[in-house]
Write a protein that binds this ligand. Structure first.
Ligand code: S3P
Length: 427
């Protein structure tokens, strides 16, 4: 894909349904009793990976007039799959399914693409093993995961890293375990699992960093999925850095464990207005109005990082235009995402002529700096492809993005939406 600098961004858009909530909606509805009705489900590749795995486990999923119906099989109704379950590029699919499959009375195998097969899985295998699970990994502690279904027991587990995927894997296994399951987080991570379990009738209680779960049943329900704030982030940053822009992003999920980038940017002088606030099944939703702004440099570290982990690639692009120093520290989790995102940010920003300093756990950029077009290597990572598409909007000359189609992992019509707002034709 070849992209060029644009004059301004103007107009209104919807972003896909939240990826994390869409995947949980399908999975929890599959484990519930009765038929759940899901509106606003994302059509992203990762969500389709979750749906395909559930179908192989005997779950019937139907789409009618844009509404998704999942016929729940109850906690004990999944069927042994005929072959390996392919989680594609999706860490959430693999880690959450592992929590469920560990407690079944059948065996299963989880596989993924090249990127997913190199991501760390011991972080779920270890707590699940202490619940009584039997899971074999490759020698490096990576997928394929061979899961021998076992009777599980509840545990109290202090997470070594703030990870919603690990937290959710343990809580899901807890649904199949005897006794209580308690998870303690070092820092708060996204809480969609807790919110959705509660909406489906499970008793989940949260006390500071401690989440307790009693093994019960899930009841089918109606689920409205908000727009994905992590997808909106690309347009928020684009609207802020392209001169004379004014855009409205409708129905964005504003769960505080996800929307911290908005607070951070507003503190740094970004003009972002939140309109039409409401609540759907415990998740906050609102419209965002974004104006071009002169943003100041900022620092994010410690407990702030899990609250904006997926937005850091596009915030790195923003940092090149911010006045003064922007720093991200304590973000070494970026190294084990769909790509090593610290390296991908470093290599690609340099290709656009940006100077930056990288660390094992983050990076520092002093802005504003001028961007010049260049050839972007996405490392097959959807968020790197989209972050650098945003960078191209303000770069002189031409920016070429290899494998730009990888954006479909989380945002199938990302480039169409960008074209529409900028009224440009790209090839
Ligand atoms: C996710 C949790 C985060 C996030 C990922 C989705 C989830 O990962 O980066 O994109 O749906 O639970 P970790 O749990 O590894 O932090």
């Amino acid at each position: 894909m070849k992209l060029h600098k644009v004059g301004r961004l103007h107009g209104e858009l919807h972003v896909p349904g939240d990826k994390s909530i869409s995947q949980r909606a399908l999975l929890f509805a599959a484990l519930a009793e009765g038929t759940s009705k899901i509106t606003g489900l994302s059509e992203a590749d990762d969500v389709q990976s979750m749906a395909a795995c559930l179908q192989q486990l005997g779950v019937k999923i139907e789409q009618k007039n844009g509404i998704c119906y999942v016929h729940g099989r109850g906690l004990h109704g999944l069927r042994a799959p005929a072959g390996a379950l392919d989680c594609g590029n999706s860490g959430t699919t693999m880690r959450l399914l592992a929590g469920v499959l560990a407690g079944q009375n059948f065996d299963s195998v989880l596989i993924g693409d090249h990127s997913l097969n190199s991501r760390p899985m011991r972080r779920i295998v270890e707590p699940l093993a202490s619940m009584g699970a039997e899971i074999e990994t490759a020698a490096e502690g990576t997928a394929p995961l061979k899961i021998h279904g076992k009777k599980l027991r509840g545990i109290t587990y202090a997470l070594p890293v703030a990870s919603a995927q690990v937290k959710s894997a343990v809580l899901l296994a807890g649904l199949f375990a005897d006794g209580k399951t308690v998870v303690i987080e070092p820092e708060q991570s996204r809480d969609h699992t807790e919110i959705m379990m509660a909406a489906m009738g499970v008793s989940v209680t949260q006390n500071n960093s401690e989440i307790r779960l009693g093994a019960e049943r899930l009841q089918a329900t109606e689920i409205e999925i908000p727009g994905d704030v992590s997808a909106a982030a690309f347009f928020i940053v684009a609207g802020l850095i392209v001169p004379d822009s004014e855009i409205v992003i409708k129905n964005v999920g504003l769960n505080p464990t996800r929307s911290y980038l908005i607070d951070l940017l507003k503190q740094a002088n970004a003009q972002i207005e939140i309109q039409n606030n409401r609540n759907a099944n415990g998740e906050l939703i609102g419209d965002l109005k974004v104006y071009s702004s002169s943003v100041n440099g900022f620092t994010a570290s410690g407990a702030e990082i899990p609250l904006l982990i997926d937005e850091i690639p596009v915030l790195a692009v923003l940092a090149t235009q911010a006045r003064g120093r922007t720093r991200f520290r304590d973000a070494k989790e970026l190294r084990v995402k769909e790509s090593d995102r610290i390296e991908a940010i470093d290599i690609n920003l340099r290709k656009l002529g940006v100077q930056l300093e990288t660390f094992a756990d983050g990076f520092k950029i002093v802005g504003p700096q001028e961007l010049h077009g260049g050839l972007i290597n996405t490392f097959q990572d959807h968020r790197i492809a989209m972050a650098f598409a945003v960078a191209s909007l303000i770069a002189s000359g031409e920016t070429e993005i290899s494998n730009a189609h990888v954006a479909t992992v989380s945002f199938p019509d990302f480039f169409d939406k960008l074209r529409h707002l900028s009224r440009q034709e790209w090839h």
